[in-house]
Design a protein around this ligand. Structure first.
Ligand code: UDP
Length: 244
């Protein structure tokens, strides 16, 4: 590979960093108030990007892409370009909240159902009293993404977490990144639901055995259709290699 710091899986360039290496990098960027767009990409995202050139272009504009999901780590191995480790979006999000608490950062949250975001706001007020929550709104709005992006930027946040599901969460962050909003910005998928207790993560043992996907499936069988993309992903990696 031409660049050892990246691992390319079906055209998506993953940063080959461990969790602690990412954390050091992000702290530095927070200190410098650098506009930062993080994508935590799983096999589903990689597969959707195959058929959606706009989404692929958005991912390519991200500053960092982490391997969210054991499927990506396995693909790295299959391609003989192993990734250091899985860096789950939820784990990063929780780490960022702790950092924000220590620094007393200005945080903006957007996404999920109104009841969920209300619950997350209450939880933050209680568990992270030093965080300055400059905005918390649900993800079912009528405004277009440009308006929302401007509204968020106007609150001068230092961290923005967007839980709209992909590709919309990445599209919203991309707009702010293009405008150079000086914040740490990350799409967090279903993380607000997990934080609010509306959805649960798998027990630690199942996470360690890389069976979190199975736990999600038995808790929520409607995910089955979405999971059918996984075998397709493996086949595609075998067939096309890194997609170059
Ligand atoms: N969501 C939203 N607005 C929408 C559609 C979805 O805020 O128009 C939220 C939804 O409530 C959920 C999150 O986006 O909290 C996406 O969750 P999902 O589990 O689909 O995300 P994943 O982690 O699988 O990307």
């Amino acid at each position: 590979m031409e660049n050892m710091n990246k691992v390319t899986v079906l055209g998506v360039d993953f940063d080959n960093k461990s969790m602690s290496e990412f954390q050091n990098t992000f702290i530095e960027r927070l200190n410098n108030r650098q506009s930062t767009f993080i994508v935590t990409a799983n096999p589903e995202i990689v597969m959707v990007a195959q058929d959606d050139p706009d989404f692929m272009a958005t991912i390519k504009r991200a500053d960092y892409v982490t391997a969210d999901g054991i499927g990506i780590v396995k693909a790295g191995k299959m391609l003989h370009t192993p990734l250091k480790e899985r860096v789950a979006g939820f784990d990063l999000f929780m780490w960022f909240l702790n950092v924000a608490e220590k620094r007393g950062s200005r945080v903006y949250l957007i996404g999920a159902q109104p009841e969920v975001i209300t619950c997350v706001r209450e939880k933050l007020t209680l568990d992270y009293p030093s965080i300055e929550l400059v905005g918390a709104r649900d993800g079912y709005f009528k405004e277009d993404l440009n308006e929302i992006a401007n509204e968020i930027a106007a609150t001068e946040p230092e961290m923005v977490f967007v839980a709209l599901g992909f590709p919309r969460q990445e599209q919203l962050i991309d707009l702010m990144r293009i405008n150079g909003v000086p914040a740490m910005m990350m799409g967090v998928g279903g993380s607000f639901d997990v934080l609010a207790g509306a959805a649960k993560r798998a027990p630690k043992l199942m996470q360690d055995l890389h069976l979190e996907w199975f736990y999600r499936l038995i808790k929520n069988p409607s995910r089955f259709k979405r999971m059918l993309v996984l075998p397709k992903f493996v086949l595609e990696v075998k067939k096309r290699g890194d997609g170059e």
